[in-house]
Design a protein around this ligand. Structure first.
Ligand SMILES: Nc1nc2c(ncn2[C@@H]2O[C@H](COP(=O)(O)OP(=O)(O)OP(=O)(O)O)[C@@H](O)[C@H]2O)c(=O)[nH]1
Ligand SMILES: [Mg+2]
Length: 410
């Protein structure tokens, strides 16, 4: 065995440096072997992980960080920026910095980026939030979160030194080894925005978001990219929004996109409409509409190879050989990517066919549904015929008893 072989087998790193022979009797734990430092450093790009979280989410977040580190970052050592609207606790800092293999930074969000702006009356906004509370409106802090993720995280001075970020939330899982530098991939392939799962938004949380977007674009038609991905967000050539969005709890993207004049002005325009507070505009639809309209579609990348779980939804690579060679710990039958109507829409809008494995999965779903419907229909028919037979038998028994009684009486 050689070091190169071990690395490529266990870490998936192709190491071009001189290979090192490892004696057959050496006790080597391959998981402890890291690629040589100079290989790691020269390949790195300016990137960071970024997480907004509360102190009380520490333990769910440690799960996420451990997943990312085990599957990816222990090979690359990218930094991690943590944001919070209140100071991080000592425990939070100690525990997270112990598991992040790059540098960890802890930032308190300035008040002006986590409060009602001057054009929003707080009392009226709070009354409106209260009214929507049970209709997916969530809480006041949730509104600040959506506004921060839409317009402010990339404006924080700590982010200035980075070109790329990967957004991570508490309680996520990464199912497969990631053996290449995803940030470098984005950079080398001229990608801007990367996602894993696409979803529908609750329509009642964004009633005027599309109208506001159209109004903005009427003033700035120059921001609409040629060959964009509008068909992902609109089924009728831009008349209405179909509510499809990239799920932003996972994002690997360029910070320069949010820093662009187009996005800055778009966010500012939306912010002044007050939709974060009068409705419940989320960062996911806003990011997705911007990416779909302001970018050429080939700048958007679907990370088909990253196994990912957030809440009950998961993305599991379907190919058996891929899953085996990347040590995936997920059940492909539970993959949501291609079952999601918005996932399918993405492929259609890109003009690319669904992978064969996805078509097979959907075919199995169809057959399973047909079999279920058939079984239900048969069960109903059986129940009806049994009921009919028992009613008939009851009727006959009654008639016989009446007949007997009559004969006795005679
Ligand atoms: N510091 C801080 N972080 C928050 C707050 N609200 C949400 N977050 C973080 O913002 C991100 C999104 O919040 P979630 O509550 O997960 O929102 P969501 O992803 O739309 O909802 P789920 O689908 O339920 O996960 C997560 O990383 C949270 O930890 C808050 O009030 N303060
Ligand atoms: Mg979440």
């Amino acid at each position: 065995m050689t070091l190169r072989k071990l690395q490529s087998r266990y870490l998936g790193i192709a190491n071009d440096d001189d290979d090192i022979a490892i004696p057959a009797d050496a006790e080597v734990d391959p998981r402890l072997i890291l690629p040589p430092r100079k290989v790691r450093m020269k390949e790195k790009v300016n990137a960071t992980f970024v997480t907004l979280a509360r102190n009380e989410e520490l333990y769910g977040l440690l799960t996420s960080i451990n997943h990312i580190e085990d599957r990816f970052n222990r090979k690359f050592h990218y930094d991690w920026v943590f944001f919070n609207d209140v100071p991080f606790s000592e425990e939070f800092i100690q525990m997270t910095s112990a598991v992040v293999s790059g540098k960890a930074f802890y930032e308190v969000i300035p008040k002006e980026h986590w409060s009602f702006p001057e054009w929003i009356n707080p009392d009226e906004a709070r009354a409106s939030i209260e009214k929507m509370k049970n209709k997916n409106g969530r809480t006041e802090s949730y509104r600040h979160m959506c506004r921060f993720e839409s317009g402010f995280f990339w404006q924080q001075p700590i982010m200035d030194k980075y070109d790329w970020y990967w957004r991570v939330e508490p309680n996520i899982e990464i199912y497969c080894d990631i053996n290449y530098d995803v940030f470098k991939y984005m950079q080398d392939n001229n990608k801007v925005y990367g996602f894993t799962i696409a979803f529908h938004e609750f329509r009642n949380t964004i009633p005027t978001l599309w109208k506001s977007t159209q109004e903005f674009l009427d003033h700035h038609p120059e921001y609409i990219a040629e060959d964009n991905l509008q068909a992902f967000v609109s089924d009728n050539n831009g008349k209405t929004y179909n509510t499809c969005h990239f799920w932003t709890n996972f994002e690997i993207a360029s910070l320069d996109f949010w820093r662009s004049q187009a996005y800055r002005e778009y966010f500012d325009f939306l912010d002044h409409k007050g939709g974060f507070f009068w409705e419940r505009w989320g960062d996911a639809p806003i990011h997705s509409i911007a990416a779909s309209l302001f970018l050429q579609k080939d700048k958007i990348h679907f990370f088909e190879d990253i196994g990912y779980k957030h809440t009950a939804y998961r993305k599991c690579p379907l190919e058996l050989t891929y899953r085996a060679s990347h040590h995936c710990a997920c059940d492909p039958e539970r993959d949501w990517t291609y079952r999601s109507p918005c996932g399918k829409k993405y492929f259609k809008a890109m003009g690319i066919p669904l992978p064969q494995a996805a078509l097979d999965l959907l075919e199995r779903d169809k057959k399973a549904k047909e079999a279920k419907n058939k079984a239900e229909k048969e069960a109903k028919e059986k129940e009806a015929s049994e009921k009919e037979a028992s009613e008939k038998a009851e009727k006959e028994a009654k008639e016989n008893a009446e007949k007997e009684a009559k004969e006795k009486a005679e």
